[in-house]
Design a protein around this ligand. Structure first.
Ligand SMILES: [Zn+2]
Length: 392
C-alpha cells in the first residue's frame, strides 16, 4: 500500500480533510482514508506533498481521432467555417494516424484524466486506446444530410460500433452529431435504435448559426451545405430544442455539449424535459472556434448538472481538463473552486456511468489521485501557477 498526504484532500464526499492521508493498494483502490481531526500522527510510508489532493479528472467530451489536426485549423472563424475546414482536411485525405492519437492519450493520462468520452467517426483510435489506462465511453457519431444515404450511414455506424465494442472496460453508443447535421430520415433511423439505457452526446447551442439554420434553413451552415451540393431541406426544421425533444428519449443519460449560446429559458426547458441531462462545457474550444464562453454562472444558477470536456486538438491547444477548470475560474471568479472541481470529476463520472469507480475519494473506489500544486489556501482556489500532477 502507498500512502499520500497533502495540506488538504478534496474528496468530493464531505469537507476537505486537512493533512488527510489516503492509502491506495497496488490496484489503485482506496483502502484507507485518515482524517486526523486536528490530532496529527505520523503514518509510515506516507508521501507528503505541498498542495491539495483531488480525485482523477473526467473528460466528458473529446475527439481523439482529430489529434493530427493540432494547430492546423484557423481559430476564431465561427462554427460553420470550422466545420468546413475539418471537412476539407478529410477530403484532402488527411487521415488520422496512430502517433498523434497515442500522444494525445498520453497527455490525457499525464494531466490526471482517468475517464474520457470520445466521439468516433472511425476506428482509428482503437489501437492506441488498447494501450491506454484511461477508461472510455466511445460515441459513434452519426451525421449526414442526404436522406438517400441514411440507410448506408446507419449500417456503417453499426459496423464501427461493433469494432469499438471489443475495447475492454469501455462502453459504446451511437449518437447524433448535432441538430443541424442529420437528415430527417437519418434522425428517424437513429431514434429507432435508442433505448432508455443509452448514453447520448450531442453538440448543442455551440453557435448562433445553428438555431438560424434549423429554424430557417438559411445562414452560414446552409451556405456550407449548398457549396457541398447538399439540400438543406432534408434536415428537420424547427427550434433546436424541439428537434432533440422529438428524437431523443427523455430518460436516457444525455450530454448536451458546449451550450455556448444556451439561454436561461432553454436551459430550464431542456433540464426539465430530460430527466438525466448533463451539460458539458469545453471552454478552450469555445474560445478557439467562437471566441466566447457560455454564461456559466447563469447555467449554474439554473441548477444544471455541469461536466467538463476539452473537445479535440483541432479546436483546443490542450486535452487537459485542469486547463478548462483554470479558464472557468479565471473568467468567473464568483464560482467556487470546490464546485468546479466537482464538474471536472464526479459530475462527468456520473454522466458516463462510471461513478462507482471514479469522481470521489471513498473507500473501495479507484478514482485515481492528482496533486494540485501550488494552491491558494487563503482563498481556497488555484493560483495562476498551479499545475496538476498525477499521483495514482
Ligand atoms: Zn465536439
Amino acid at each position: 500500500m502507498r500512502r499520500f498526504s497533502a495540506n488538504y484532500v478534496y474528496t468530493n464526499a464531505g469537507l476537505p480533510i486537512r493533512n488527510g492521508v489516503i492509502g491506495v493498494n497496488d490496484e489503485g483502490v482506496i483502502v484507507e482514508i485518515i482524517d486526523h481531526k486536528g490530532q496529527e500522527k505520523e503514518y509510515a510510508h506516507t508521501e507528503f506533498r505541498n498542495g491539495i489532493i483531488v480525485p482523477g479528472l473526467v473528460n466528458a467530451h473529446c475527439h481523439t481521432e482529430l489529434s493530427m489536426l493540432k494547430k492546423q485549423v484557423t481559430p476564431k472563424t465561427g462554427l460553420a467555417d470550422f466545420v468546413n475546414q475539418i471537412r476539407n482536411f478529410r477530403l484532402q485525405g488527411v487521415d488520422a494516424d496512430e502517433k498523434p492519437i497515442a500522444n494525445a492519450l498520453n497527455e490525457i493520462h499525464r494531466t490526471g484524466t482517468v475517464a474520457l468520452a470520445d466521439i468516433c467517426n472511425t476506428t482509428d483510435s482503437l489501437c492506441a486506446k488498447e494501450q491506454s489506462r484511461t477508461r472510455f465511453v466511445n460515441f459513434v457519431e452519426v451525421l449526414g444530410l442526404d436522406n438517400q444515404k441514411a440507410h448506408h450511414i446507419m449500417d456503417r455506424a453499426m459496423v464501427i460500433r461493433e469494432e469499438l465494442t471489443t475495447l475492454q472496460g469501455s462502453k459504446c453508443f451511437l449518437t447524433p452529431h448535432s441538430v443541424y447535421s442529420l437528415s430527417t430520415q437519418l434522425w428517424e433511423k437513429l431514434a429507432q435504435n435508442f433505448s432508455g439505457n443509452d448514453i447520448i452526446s450531442i453538440h448543442f447551442a455551440e453557435s448562433k448559426d445553428e438555431e438560424l439554420f434549423t429554424q430557417t434553413h438559411s445562414g452560414p451552415i446552409a451556405q456550407n451545405y449548398k457549396d457541398w451540393g447538399l439540400l438543406a431541406s432534408h434536415a428537420p426544421k424547427g427550434l433546436p430544442i424541439d428537434i432533440v425533444k422529438q428524437y431523443l428519449p427523455k430518460e436516457a443519460k444525455t450530454l448536451f455539449v458546449h451550450n455556448t449560446f444556451l439561454t436561461r429559458e432553454q436551459a430550464h426547458d431542456l433540464n426539465s424535459h430530460f430527466s438525466n441531462a448533463c451539460f458539458v462545457l469545453c471552454p478552450t474550444s469555445n474560445i478557439y472556434i467562437e471566441n466566447t464562453l457560455p454564461n456559466i454562472p447563469m447555467l449554474n444558477e439554473v441548477g444544471l448538472k455541469i461536466a467538463l470536456g476539452t473537445d479535440s486538438l483541432a479546436s483546443s491547444h490542450t486535452l487537459s481538463i485542469f486547463e478548462q477548470l483554470r479558464v472557468i475560474l479565471s473568467t468567473y471568479s464568483e464560482l467556487s473552486f470546490a464546485e468546479v472541481l466537482r464538474w471536472a470529476t464526479i459530475n462527468g463520472a456520473k454522466a458516463l456511468g462510471f461513478d462507482s469507480h471514479f469522481g470521489t475519494i471513498e473507500l473501495g473506489k479507484s478514482p485515481g489521485l492528482n496533486l494540485i500544486t501550488p494552491f491558494d489556501f487563503e482563498n481556497g482556489t488555484i493560483r495562476d501557477d498551479s499545475r496538476v500532477i498525477r499521483l495514482v
